[in-house]
Design a protein around this ligand. Structure first.
Ligand SMILES: [Zn+2]
Length: 244
Protein backbone atom coordinates (compact mmCIF):
# COMPACT_ATOMS: atom_id res chain seq x y z
CA UNK A 1 0.00 0.00 0.00
CA UNK A 2 1.44 3.35 -1.00
CA UNK A 3 1.86 5.82 1.87
CA UNK A 4 1.63 8.58 -0.68
CA UNK A 5 0.63 8.64 -4.30
CA UNK A 6 3.84 10.42 -5.37
CA UNK A 7 6.77 8.10 -5.91
CA UNK A 8 9.02 10.82 -7.36
CA UNK A 9 12.24 11.22 -5.36
CA UNK A 10 12.32 14.40 -3.26
CA UNK A 11 15.18 15.95 -1.28
CA UNK A 12 13.51 14.94 2.01
CA UNK A 13 13.18 11.36 0.82
CA UNK A 14 16.76 11.24 -0.50
CA UNK A 15 18.11 12.38 2.88
CA UNK A 16 15.98 9.94 4.87
CA UNK A 17 13.73 12.64 6.36
CA UNK A 18 10.45 11.63 4.81
CA UNK A 19 8.59 8.37 4.25
CA UNK A 20 6.58 9.96 1.45
CA UNK A 21 6.89 7.93 -1.71
CA UNK A 22 7.86 4.73 0.08
CA UNK A 23 5.61 1.70 -0.19
CA UNK A 24 5.17 -1.04 2.42
CA UNK A 25 5.89 -4.43 0.90
CA UNK A 26 5.29 -7.67 2.84
CA UNK A 27 8.62 -9.37 3.53
CA UNK A 28 10.56 -6.35 2.32
CA UNK A 29 9.29 -3.46 4.41
CA UNK A 30 9.24 0.19 3.38
CA UNK A 31 10.80 0.50 -0.04
CA UNK A 32 10.91 2.34 -3.31
CA UNK A 33 8.15 0.81 -5.40
CA UNK A 34 10.18 -0.15 -8.48
CA UNK A 35 13.05 -1.48 -6.35
CA UNK A 36 10.69 -3.62 -4.25
CA UNK A 37 8.96 -4.99 -7.35
CA UNK A 38 12.37 -5.93 -8.77
CA UNK A 39 13.39 -7.48 -5.46
CA UNK A 40 10.19 -9.55 -5.39
CA UNK A 41 11.10 -10.94 -8.81
CA UNK A 42 14.64 -11.69 -7.67
CA UNK A 43 13.27 -13.43 -4.53
CA UNK A 44 11.00 -15.62 -6.66
CA UNK A 45 13.93 -16.61 -8.88
CA UNK A 46 16.06 -17.30 -5.79
CA UNK A 47 13.36 -19.59 -4.42
CA UNK A 48 13.34 -21.60 -7.65
CA UNK A 49 17.10 -21.99 -7.25
CA UNK A 50 16.73 -23.20 -3.66
CA UNK A 51 17.42 -20.01 -1.72
CA UNK A 52 15.29 -18.02 0.67
CA UNK A 53 16.51 -14.56 -0.30
CA UNK A 54 15.43 -12.31 2.58
CA UNK A 55 15.91 -8.72 3.66
CA UNK A 56 17.83 -8.19 6.90
CA UNK A 57 17.77 -4.41 6.60
CA UNK A 58 16.12 -2.18 4.04
CA UNK A 59 14.98 1.39 4.45
CA UNK A 60 16.65 3.32 7.28
CA UNK A 61 15.66 6.88 8.11
CA UNK A 62 17.90 9.84 8.93
CA UNK A 63 17.21 9.65 12.66
CA UNK A 64 18.38 6.06 12.92
CA UNK A 65 21.52 6.66 10.89
CA UNK A 66 22.23 9.80 12.96
CA UNK A 67 21.88 7.84 16.22
CA UNK A 68 24.37 5.20 14.97
CA UNK A 69 26.86 7.74 13.61
CA UNK A 70 26.72 10.10 16.60
CA UNK A 71 27.13 7.25 19.10
CA UNK A 72 30.22 6.08 17.24
CA UNK A 73 31.68 9.60 16.93
CA UNK A 74 31.24 10.08 20.69
CA UNK A 75 32.85 6.73 21.44
CA UNK A 76 29.63 5.31 22.90
CA UNK A 77 29.38 2.52 20.36
CA UNK A 78 32.30 0.26 19.31
CA UNK A 79 34.30 1.06 16.17
CA UNK A 80 36.32 -1.77 14.60
CA UNK A 81 39.22 -2.10 12.19
CA UNK A 82 39.00 -4.31 9.07
CA UNK A 83 40.44 -7.21 11.05
CA UNK A 84 37.83 -6.84 13.77
CA UNK A 85 40.02 -5.14 16.38
CA UNK A 86 38.45 -2.45 18.52
CA UNK A 87 39.63 1.07 17.62
CA UNK A 88 40.47 3.35 20.50
CA UNK A 89 39.23 6.92 20.05
CA UNK A 90 42.01 8.29 22.24
CA UNK A 91 44.73 6.80 20.03
CA UNK A 92 43.56 8.55 16.86
CA UNK A 93 43.43 12.10 15.53
CA UNK A 94 39.96 13.49 14.85
CA UNK A 95 40.61 12.95 11.15
CA UNK A 96 41.54 9.27 11.52
CA UNK A 97 38.70 8.59 13.97
CA UNK A 98 36.18 9.96 11.45
CA UNK A 99 37.61 7.80 8.66
CA UNK A 100 37.56 4.68 10.85
CA UNK A 101 33.82 5.28 11.34
CA UNK A 102 33.08 6.12 7.69
CA UNK A 103 34.51 2.78 6.58
CA UNK A 104 31.51 1.05 8.16
CA UNK A 105 28.86 3.71 8.78
CA UNK A 106 27.50 6.22 6.30
CA UNK A 107 27.19 9.87 7.18
CA UNK A 108 23.53 10.46 7.99
CA UNK A 109 21.82 11.89 4.90
CA UNK A 110 24.19 10.05 2.55
CA UNK A 111 23.13 6.47 3.32
CA UNK A 112 21.79 4.56 0.33
CA UNK A 113 19.41 2.91 2.79
CA UNK A 114 17.51 6.23 3.01
CA UNK A 115 16.22 5.69 -0.52
CA UNK A 116 14.42 2.35 -0.12
CA UNK A 117 16.34 1.11 -3.16
CA UNK A 118 19.03 -0.77 -1.24
CA UNK A 119 18.75 -3.94 0.81
CA UNK A 120 21.02 -6.03 3.01
CA UNK A 121 20.15 -9.61 2.16
CA UNK A 122 20.71 -13.10 3.63
CA UNK A 123 19.31 -16.62 3.49
CA UNK A 124 17.57 -17.78 6.71
CA UNK A 125 17.11 -21.28 5.23
CA UNK A 126 20.91 -21.75 5.19
CA UNK A 127 21.31 -21.36 8.96
CA UNK A 128 19.68 -22.65 12.18
CA UNK A 129 16.59 -20.78 13.39
CA UNK A 130 18.48 -19.22 16.29
CA UNK A 131 21.34 -17.97 14.07
CA UNK A 132 22.47 -14.44 14.93
CA UNK A 133 23.15 -12.68 11.64
CA UNK A 134 26.28 -10.51 11.86
CA UNK A 135 26.58 -9.15 8.31
CA UNK A 136 30.28 -10.03 8.19
CA UNK A 137 32.07 -10.77 4.88
CA UNK A 138 33.05 -14.24 6.21
CA UNK A 139 29.37 -15.26 6.28
CA UNK A 140 29.18 -14.63 2.51
CA UNK A 141 32.58 -15.99 1.50
CA UNK A 142 33.55 -19.54 0.52
CA UNK A 143 33.09 -21.26 3.89
CA UNK A 144 30.22 -19.07 5.06
CA UNK A 145 26.56 -20.11 5.27
CA UNK A 146 25.54 -17.67 2.51
CA UNK A 147 28.32 -18.58 0.07
CA UNK A 148 25.93 -20.28 -2.36
CA UNK A 149 23.41 -17.47 -2.37
CA UNK A 150 26.23 -15.00 -2.79
CA UNK A 151 27.79 -16.79 -5.75
CA UNK A 152 24.35 -17.26 -7.36
CA UNK A 153 23.90 -13.47 -7.09
CA UNK A 154 27.41 -12.76 -8.39
CA UNK A 155 26.71 -14.79 -11.52
CA UNK A 156 23.49 -12.90 -12.19
CA UNK A 157 25.02 -9.48 -11.43
CA UNK A 158 27.97 -10.17 -13.75
CA UNK A 159 25.55 -11.01 -16.55
CA UNK A 160 23.46 -7.93 -15.69
CA UNK A 161 20.58 -10.34 -15.14
CA UNK A 162 19.80 -9.53 -11.49
CA UNK A 163 16.61 -7.51 -12.07
CA UNK A 164 18.66 -4.28 -12.04
CA UNK A 165 20.51 -5.05 -8.79
CA UNK A 166 24.26 -4.72 -8.26
CA UNK A 167 26.64 -4.56 -5.32
CA UNK A 168 27.94 -1.00 -4.81
CA UNK A 169 30.31 -1.97 -1.97
CA UNK A 170 32.77 -4.48 -3.38
CA UNK A 171 35.72 -3.11 -1.41
CA UNK A 172 37.61 -2.29 -4.59
CA UNK A 173 37.51 1.49 -4.22
CA UNK A 174 39.12 1.76 -0.79
CA UNK A 175 36.41 3.84 0.89
CA UNK A 176 33.54 1.81 2.31
CA UNK A 177 34.46 -1.69 3.51
CA UNK A 178 33.23 -4.63 1.37
CA UNK A 179 29.53 -5.42 1.91
CA UNK A 180 28.67 -8.51 -0.15
CA UNK A 181 25.18 -8.49 1.42
CA UNK A 182 24.31 -5.00 0.18
CA UNK A 183 22.25 -4.94 -3.03
CA UNK A 184 21.19 -1.76 -4.78
CA UNK A 185 18.55 -1.40 -7.45
CA UNK A 186 20.53 0.70 -9.91
CA UNK A 187 17.69 2.16 -12.02
CA UNK A 188 15.86 3.40 -8.89
CA UNK A 189 18.91 4.49 -6.90
CA UNK A 190 20.18 6.63 -9.77
CA UNK A 191 17.50 9.28 -9.43
CA UNK A 192 18.27 9.96 -5.75
CA UNK A 193 21.94 10.75 -6.23
CA UNK A 194 21.67 14.35 -7.52
CA UNK A 195 19.50 15.24 -4.52
CA UNK A 196 22.24 14.38 -2.01
CA UNK A 197 23.95 17.74 -2.13
CA UNK A 198 25.99 20.17 -0.04
CA UNK A 199 23.31 22.74 0.83
CA UNK A 200 20.63 20.44 2.26
CA UNK A 201 23.21 18.21 3.95
CA UNK A 202 24.94 21.05 5.80
CA UNK A 203 21.61 22.50 6.95
CA UNK A 204 20.57 19.11 8.18
CA UNK A 205 23.85 18.30 9.93
CA UNK A 206 23.70 21.56 11.87
CA UNK A 207 20.19 20.60 13.04
CA UNK A 208 18.53 23.26 10.89
CA UNK A 209 15.65 21.40 9.31
CA UNK A 210 13.27 24.34 8.93
CA UNK A 211 14.66 25.40 5.55
CA UNK A 212 14.16 21.84 4.36
CA UNK A 213 10.49 22.04 5.22
CA UNK A 214 10.81 19.85 8.30
CA UNK A 215 9.30 21.29 11.44
CA UNK A 216 10.63 18.76 13.91
CA UNK A 217 14.20 19.49 14.95
CA UNK A 218 16.96 16.94 14.65
CA UNK A 219 20.08 16.61 16.77
CA UNK A 220 23.22 18.12 15.22
CA UNK A 221 25.83 15.84 13.72
CA UNK A 222 28.60 14.87 16.14
CA UNK A 223 31.99 15.94 14.77
CA UNK A 224 30.34 18.48 12.48
CA UNK A 225 33.46 20.65 12.16
CA UNK A 226 35.67 17.69 11.26
CA UNK A 227 33.14 16.60 8.61
CA UNK A 228 32.69 20.08 7.16
CA UNK A 229 36.45 20.63 6.96
CA UNK A 230 36.79 17.58 4.73
CA UNK A 231 33.41 17.68 3.00
CA UNK A 232 34.61 17.35 -0.60
CA UNK A 233 37.13 14.61 0.15
CA UNK A 234 34.63 12.62 2.21
CA UNK A 235 31.87 12.86 -0.40
CA UNK A 236 34.26 11.82 -3.17
CA UNK A 237 35.71 8.86 -1.27
CA UNK A 238 32.71 7.46 0.63
CA UNK A 239 29.66 8.62 -1.30
CA UNK A 240 30.07 9.72 -4.91
CA UNK A 241 32.53 7.01 -5.93
CA UNK A 242 29.71 4.49 -5.37
CA UNK A 243 27.20 6.33 -7.51
CA UNK A 244 26.33 5.13 -10.97
ZN1 LIG B 1 23.55 -2.03 3.52
Amino acid sequence: MALNSSTQPSVLWALGLSLRGLTDFPGIGLANEAAAAALSRLMARAQKSGFQLSVASGHRDYGRQLAIFNAKMRGERPVYTDTGALVSKQSLTGHDWLHAILRYSALPGTSRHHWGTDFDIWDPSAVPADYALQLQPSEYSEDGPFAQLSSWLTTLINKDDAEGFYRPYTGELGGVAPEPWHLSHRPSAKSFQPLVDHAPLTQLWSGETKQLGQLSKVEALAGLQEVQGQYEAIMARYVRSYWV
